[in-house]
Design a protein around this ligand. Structure first.
Ligand SMILES: C[S@@+](CC[C@H](N)C(=O)[O-])C[C@H]1O[C@@H](n2cnc3c(N)ncnc32)[C@H](O)[C@@H]1O
Length: 267
């Protein structure tokens, strides 16, 4: 079964992924990184986290970001050039069949990737295969059912319902976070350090940004085209969902939180 990446790579999606940092997305991993390590970042998207990981392992380290589609790699290479990073490499590779020898990396990382795959356990096995004995596999995924917000609205409730239904129709798992430990066990990984962390959008600036991102993504990204192609929503319904995000984004009491699960697996 081929993976369908629900978000797609529309500019509205890359813009929201392109503000991520290792500090806000991989804090559980940063204390374990050392100068000189070889790091693979699987499903690196626009590469901002990847480039932060490269800073953490320093000029003696080697970081490679991979994607199974070329679109985000171009943005990642541009970001690297803008940061003056001429060492980090970005290339095409599928997490289900990584073109690297066993034990090639000290750390293999994936942020918000397993939730989009039809076989997350197979992906973890492949990530572990290319990790050296004594190295780390590091994964972090959100759990969509954990998303809570205020004020409530029918439009945003409909958005979450649509997203979770679409992900399941793609044979992916929107509530991935709660299953990371189970998937790691199923992949044969036994020495685990699990943790969890929240993203919150609670200041006027944060809610304006987050609400604005989803107001656009609801109308312009693959989420919109898939929802219509699958017959789950009409353009009018999507316009209502987008308007609900816009209204939330400017509400003075706006508050949103979501849980992310993290697993460090000691290979
Ligand atoms: C939600 S994005 C996360 C991007 C980045 N890790 C971040 O957090 O900013 C998930 C990424 O995984 C990539 N992806 C999906 N399936 C993949 C696969 N089979 N192999 C490699 N990358 C994949 C998608 O193209 C997408 O860019």
């Amino acid at each position: 079964m081929a993976d369908v990446y629900l978000h797609g790579h529309h500019t509205s999606v890359l813009a929201s992924h392109g503000v991520r940092t290792a500090a806000d997305s991989a804090a559980y991993l940063l204390p374990h990184l050392r100068a000189g390590q070889r790091v693979l970042d699987v499903g690196c998207g626009p590469g901002t986290i990847t480039l932060d990981l490269a800073e953490a392992v320093g000029p003696s380290g080697a970081v490679l970001g991979v994607e199974n589609v070329p679109g985000p790699l171009e943005q990642a290479r541009r970001s690297a050039a803008a940061r003056g990073d001429h060492r980090t490499r970005f290339e095409l590779a599928d997490v289900m069949a990584l073109p690297y020898a066993a034990g090639s990396f000290d750390v293999v990382h994936a942020h918000q990737v397993l939730q989009h795959l039809t076989d997350p356990v197979g992906a973890l096995r492949e990530m572990a295969r290319v990790t050296r004995a004594g190295g780390l596999v590091a994964v972090r995924d959100v759990d969509y059912a954990s998303m809570v917000w205020h004020p409530a609205s029918d439009g945003m409730t409909r958005w979450l319902e649509l997203y979770r239904r679409l992900a399941r129709l793609n044979h992916a798992e929107p509530d991935a976070g709660r299953q990371l430990v189970a998937w790691a066990h199923a992949a044969g990984l036994t020495r685990l350090t699990p943790s969890a962390s929240l993203w919150t959008y609670a200041t006027p600036e944060q809610s304006a940004w987050w609400g604005g991102v989803w107001a656009r993504r609801t109308l312009e990204s693959t989420f919109a085209t898939q929802a219509m192609e699958r017959g789950l929503a009409t353009p009018e319904e999507l316009a209502e969902v987008s308007a609900a995000w816009r209204a939330w984004s400017t509400h003075p009491d706006a508050w949103f939180a979501m849980t992310h699960a993290e697993v460090l697996a000691h290979v």
